[in-house]
Design a protein around this ligand. Structure first.
Ligand code: GLU
Length: 509
């Protein structure tokens, strides 16, 4: 038997920047497609004109590019099933809405906003459990099921605004089979006669989504949990449009939760707790308000992918670091959990750290060089690479490399007052002077020779480590920070080390 071609889609609405939850949905779709030699499609769902935000489409494409998530077909790359933007497919939807009306599965409704409001108020006053347009209420409203044929014709001919609503069946259990959640059963009385076509000539999400998934031959709908409540309606639409046998499979991803696990992660949590919730920095075109992005905060895209993939999926092993290739091999929807996944900002940094330390020293040097040049520091790449090798364990982000290494490029011009107060004793100048003489005798000025000589010096002078090392460090670094002191001295070189000790002697007291 011929197996069905796997085709999945990412279908964002351009209503603002893509939240990390959206990127995770795109990622899971991508991994699933690649793993199964399938196609991955980008479709822009822009039927809600009122919520359209300038720049959002460009942002979506740039974000996914940065992540290395690629499409076989779509709005940005073309393909055989286009157009891939819903606002360019209006005619297609109209035809299916009419088909639904002709077959008795949908109807015209002429109710005004006030009339709808009146209905809700009436139901509220009657203490009705629901206040919706449905099998119970539709008979008393103004629609093509309740009005006479001539009246309907008159209204349509005169161009009166109308919407098209689905006619939800009376008393039926509707079953959704979800790969992650199993069977989800919803009674039809819980669903209202949703609008399929709006008075502005645009379909709603529900109709457009189902029509497009069918026409684009989507095999699996992989999307966020927030769409699960809409799925019974979609199941009905597949049936009413005669596509029941070719209905895609559904998989609804768990929510991404706040760090404390209480509720869905929102933009405000990111601002409040100091981590980005968007892949790239976003400037709100109306307010000019800036929201931070992972890219601008110094995350590597590979690390970002690794952070995202674990928000809902696990490999069933202890492996935590995965390249995209490894993820494609390891990923399966069966290993995506139902429960919401807590976002852990510290773990996110940890992932970036793992990718940073795994980079070659030369590669890190290339990343640090622009930061140095901006500060007017021009140095040999070899030297910078050695420094990166020495300090990378202490950095999570490229920008941390500067904070961990500035003293290699500039001799201290000030000295940490606290350290001076605590460690700089009366005998210190004498000790440092003698240490300097001892260091001056070293031929091959490397960390092990320096260490060896310092140890001999301490023994001979009957001094403790604490009496010498802190002040030695203070002269080289200006504070008590930094990696191993002998390594620092080696990289600075003999001349610079001796100069800095002298400068310390001249300036500290
Ligand atoms: N346009 C919907 C969204 O913005 C897509 C939901 C779906 O994948 O069906 O999330």
């Amino acid at each position: 038997m011929e197996t069905k071609k796997i085709r999945v889609r990412f279908a964002p609405s351009p209503t603002g920047p893509l939240h990390i939850g959206g990127v995770r949905t795109a990622l899971y779709n991508y991994l699933f497609a690649k793993k199964n030699n399938g196609d991955f499609i980008l479709r822009i769902e822009d039927t809600d004109q009122a919520r359209y935000v300038q720049g959002a489409e460009k942002y979506i494409i740039e974000s996914l590019n940065w992540c290395g998530i690629k499409f076989n077909e779509g709005f940005n790359v073309g393909g055989d099933y286009g157009p891939y933007k819903q606002s360019e497919r209006k005619q297609i939807y109209m035809q299916y809405a009419e088909q639904l009306i002709n077959n008795g599965f949908a109807y015209y409704a002429f109710d005004t906003a006030e009339e709808l409001e009146q209905m809700r108020n009436r139901l509220k006053a009657e203490n009705s459990s629901t206040q919706q347009y449905d099998t119970i209420t539709r008979g008393s409203m103004k629609n093509s099921l309740s009005l006479h044929r001539e009246e309907i014709k008159k209204r349509l001919d005169s161009g009166e605004p109308y919407v098209i609503r689905i006619k939800i069946p009376d008393n039926e259990e509707i079953m959704v089979n979800d790969i992650i959640r199993g069977e989800v059963i919803v009674h039809s009385s819980k669903i209202d006669d949703k609008i399929l076509f709006k008075s502005d000539g645009m379909p709603t999400y529900h109709l457009a989504n189902v029509v497009d998934d069918h026409l684009m031959k989507i095999s699996h709908v992989i999307r966020g949990e927030e769409w699960l409540p809409s799925t019974p309606l979609h199941v009905l639409l597949y049936r009413y449009l005669g596509w029941q046998d070719e209905m895609p499979e559904f998989a609804h991803m768990p929510l991404i939760l706040k760090p404390d696990g209480k509720g869905k992660l929102s933009k405000r949590d990111g601002d409040r707790l100091g981590f980005p919730v968007f892949p790239l920095q976003w400037t709100n075109p109306e307010t000019n308000e800036i929201s931070s992005g992972y890219r601008e905060s110094g995350y590597f895209p590979e690390a970002f992918i690794n952070i995202l993939v674990f928000l809902g999926w696990n490999p069933g092993t202890t492996q935590e670091i995965f390249s995209m290739e490894e993820l494609i091999k390891a990923f399966s929807l069966e290993r995506v959990g139902k429960a919401g996944s807590r976002f852990d900002p510290e773990k996110a940094k940890w992932y970036n750290h793992q990718y940073l330390v795994a980079k070659k020293d030369e590669e890190l040097a290339n990343l640090l060089i622009p930061i140095l040049e901006e500060k007017g520091i021009f140095s040999e790449k070899d030297y910078i690479a050695k420094i990166c090798g020495l300090i990378k364990e202490r950095a999570n982000f490229v920008q941390d490399l500067w904070e961990q290494s500035y003293f290699f490029f500039k001799a201290p011009s000030t000295y940490d007052a606290k350290v001076v107060k605590k460690k700089w004793k009366e005998g210190t100048p004498q000790i440092l002077m003698e240490l300097k003489e001892k260091l001056a005798e070293i031929d091959i000025f490397n960390a092990s020779n320096i260490e060896e000589n310092v140890k001999v010096f301490l023994e001979k002078k009957e001094l403790g480590m604490g009496q010498v090392m802190n002040v030695f460090r203070l002269t080289l670094v200006g504070s008590n920070k930094g990696p191993g002191l002998f390594n620092i001295a080696e990289l600075l070189g003999k001349e610079e080390t001796l100069n800095r000790i002298q400068a310390g002697l001249d300036n500290i007291n």
